[in-house]
Design a protein around this ligand. Structure first.
Ligand code: GLU
Length: 308
C-alpha cells in the first residue's frame, strides 16, 4: 500500500467531513454517564470537531457552537499551569508519572500504591494537583487557572455553574474516598478545598475552538509556555491520557491525547497542531466513541502517529 500523505497540512475538508459522518454513526454505540445528571441529558447526536494547524490553518465540522465542560481534559492543563508556576521538581514531588491499568477513579490502585498518586491524569493525581493551585478557595483557584489559560491561549473558557451544581448534586463517593486516603497517607492537605477545586476546574467549559486553542499551548515551539513543560505534558498524555486504554490507544492512534467524561477529546500532533473533538457517548472506559473513531481514521490516512 502506498500512503502519500504525511502530515496535518495534507488534510482536506472533504476528508474531514467523510470521517466525521462515519464517526457519528459510532456514537450511537456509546452510553452517556449517569453520575453527573446534566451529562446524562446530553444529546447523543451532538458532534463537533476542529483541526488547527500552524499558521492558523483551520478545518471544522459539525455544531461548533456547542459548549461543553472539559472534565478530565482539564487535567493536562492543570499540570502545565503548575509546571509553569512551580517547576518540575515541586510538581513531581507530589505526584508520579507512571501509567495505571486501573480506571480513572480507582481506589484499589491508590491503596496498592499506599496513597501515592500515580500520575496527574487519574483522579487521585488531579486532586493532589488541585491542592497546589495558588488561592484560598476553589473559586479563586479555578479563576486563576481560567484566566491564565484564556490569556495564554487567547480563548474564552468559562465556569459552567449549572454543570458544577450538577456535579455537586450527587455525592461522588469514589472521589471522596480517594481524597480521604490521600489525606490519611499524608499525600494531601486540606482535602476538602482540593476536591472542591478539582470539581470546579472540571467544569471549565468552552467550544471545540477553545479546546483547540488551549491545545496549541502543547504544540512545541509556540513560545507561550516552556517547550520542556509541554514535552512533559505530552509524554504523560501519551502514557496515561486514556486511562487503562492508553496502551492500546498508543498503538491504534499514537498521539498525546486526553479524554473527558463529557465526550471531549484533545489530541496533539507535535510540532504540527491539534485535533479537538466533541461527541458525548462514551465507551466503557469513559472515552468518547465517535472521537476515537474519527482520530483513528485521520491518523492512519495522514500518518500522524508520533511513532512513525
Ligand atoms: N469530574 C469527573 C470525575 O471525577 C471527571 C472524570 C473524567 O472526565 O474522566 O468523575
Amino acid at each position: 500500500m502506498t500512503l502519500s500523505s504525511s502530515g496535518l497540512p495534507d488534510l482536506t475538508q472533504a476528508q474531514l467531513e467523510a470521517w466525521a459522518v462515519q464517526a457519528r454513526t459510532h456514537a450511537l454505540e456509546g452510553y452517556l454517564p449517569d453520575y453527573i445528571p446534566l451529562l446524562a441529558q446530553a444529546n447523543p447526536t451532538w458532534f463537533a470537531v476542529q483541526v488547527k494547524g500552524e499558521g492558523n490553518r483551520l478545518h471544522t465540522f459539525g455544531d461548533t457552537s456547542l459548549s461543553f465542560p472539559l472534565m478530565s481534559v482539564v487535567k493536562p492543563f492543570v499540570l502545565l499551569f503548575l509546571l509553569e508556576q512551580l517547576g518540575r521538581a515541586a510538581v513531581f514531588s507530589q505526584v508520579g508519572m507512571e501509567p495505571s491499568d486501573a480506571p480513572f477513579n480507582s481506589l484499589i490502585q491508590l491503596q496498592a500504591d499506599q496513597g501515592w498518586p500515580r500520575n496527574p491524569m487519574i483522579n487521585s493525581g488531579a486532586i493532589v494537583l488541585a491542592s497546589l493551585i495558588p488561592g484560598q478557595d476553589a473559586h479563586t483557584r479555578c479563576e486563576g487557572l481560567r484566566q491564565w489559560l484564556n490569556q495564554r491561549a487567547d480563548c474564552q473558557l468559562f465556569l459552567d455553574k449549572q454543570m458544577l451544581n450538577s456535579v455537586l448534586s450527587l455525592t461522588n463517593e469514589r472521589n471522596r474516598a480517594l481524597m480521604s486516603l490521600l489525606e490519611q497517607t499524608h499525600h494531601l492537605e486540606a482535602g476538602e478545598v482540593a476536591l472542591d477545586t478539582y470539581n470546579y476546574v472540571c467544569c471549565l467549559s468552552g467550544t471545540v475552538a477553545d479546546l483547540s486553542r488551549i491545545g496549541m499551548l502543547l504544540v512545541q515551539g509556540k513560545g507561550v509556555v516552556s517547550p520542556e513543560h509541554s514535552r512533559v505534558v505530552n509524554a504523560i498524555m501519551t502514557t496515561c491520557g486514556l486511562y487503562e486504554a492508553s496502551g492500546r490507544f498508543a498503538v491504534q492512534v499514537g498521539l498525546p491525547t486526553k479524554s473527558g467524561v463529557s465526550g471531549a477529546m484533545l489530541s496533539v500532533v507535535p510540532n504540527q497542531g491539534v485535533i479537538a473533538c466533541y461527541s458525548p457517548p462514551l465507551d466503557l472506559m469513559g472515552n468518547s466513541k465517535a472521537s476515537q473513531f474519527f482520530l483513528q481514521q485521520m491518523v492512519q490516512a495522514l500518518r500522524l502517529s508520533v511513532f512513525g
